[in-house]
Design a protein around this ligand. Structure first.
Ligand code: ZN
Length: 275
């Protein structure tokens, strides 16, 4: 039996209802004809030229992505614009595009559940109902610096890896996770009393004030790496719901492509011996 774009949309909305997305967000079908047939779906964090290339090469008839391609007002989809070129390429290639963004963040299970599972957290639960933050406990307590290395090893590999802020020797037993940019959740993870918080896109001032106030130690991972684990969960969900092939994209679409660690400082010049 042939699956249609409309059926994929229906299956996605059943798991990730559109009305649970934030008001500013734009989710749902962006490109495509609901009556068109779909055999293969490419799942990606971002709709960018590299993932569109991957969908074309794979013979996919649909892409399901996390980040909206068109979020703010658009007055042109001419091929001379970056996003217009993507829209044209999708249409010419017969590929529909569906976005599940903050509706996938707040769903249970959703983006941060997949992240928590990737880290091997136990007893995972939403920090608050309908929120995107999940809390859980480590299989065994460990020092924060060791946890940071473990998290970097478990997340999908990126150039930037994981940065950590806080006392490296602090013992961590419980942690909160939020896929994507999570600095708006610093107050609520502090109130939850967890030992560490993993998210992405943290900034100097909010992070330093948070730590000075006694909040959980912070793990700042590549944005893409915190959301990529969800694609594996989504692939299983779509194959359970529909007769489609799925490909979870491993093209790293994180914006940061180089991490250059600081070099050790040069030793101070030797002082001249007085005669
Ligand atoms: Zn994101």
């Amino acid at each position: 039996m042939t699956t249609t774009v409309g059926e994929v949309v229906g299956a996605m909305l059943a798991r990730y209802p559109a009305d649970t997305a934030e008001d500013w967000d734009r989710v749902g079908l962006v490109v495509g004809d609901p009556a068109a047939a779909v055999r293969r779906v490419l799942l990606a964090v971002d709709c960018v030229p590299e993932t569109v290339d991957e969908a074309v090469a794979a013979g996919a008839e649909m892409m399901v992505v996390h980040h909206p391609l068109l979020l703010r007002g658009v007055h042109s989809v001419a091929t001379t614009t970056y996003k217009g070129a993507a829209v044209h390429r999708l249409i010419r290639s017969g590929i529909a595009l569906l976005v599940a963004h903050t509706n996938a963040d707040v769903a249970s299970p959703g983006v941060s559940d997949a992240l928590a599972a990737r880290l091997g957290l136990l007893d995972v639960r939403p920090l608050r109902p309908d929120g995107p933050v999940r809390v859980g406990r480590l299989s065994e307590p460990r020092p924060f610096a060791e946890l940071a290395r473990d998290v970097a090893g478990r997340l999908p590999a990126t150039a930037v890896g994981v940065r950590a802020a806080g006392d490296p020797t602090r013992t961590v037993e419980t942690m909160a996770v939020a896929g994507g940019a999570g600095d708006t959740f610093l107050a609520e993870v502090t109130a939850a009393g967890v030992d560490a918080f993993l998210t992405a896109d943290l900034r100097h001032h909010p992070a330093s004030e948070h730590l000075a106030g006694g909040g959980p130690a912070l793990l700042d991972a590549a944005h893409w790496a915190t959301e990529r684990p969800w694609l594996d969960a989504l692939a299983l969900e779509l194959r359970a719901d529909l007769s489609v092939d799925t490909i979870a994209s491993d093209v790293v679409t994180d914006v940061w492509t180089v991490h250059a660690p600081s070099q050790p400082a040069d030793p101070p010049p030797a002082t001249k011996e007085r005669p």
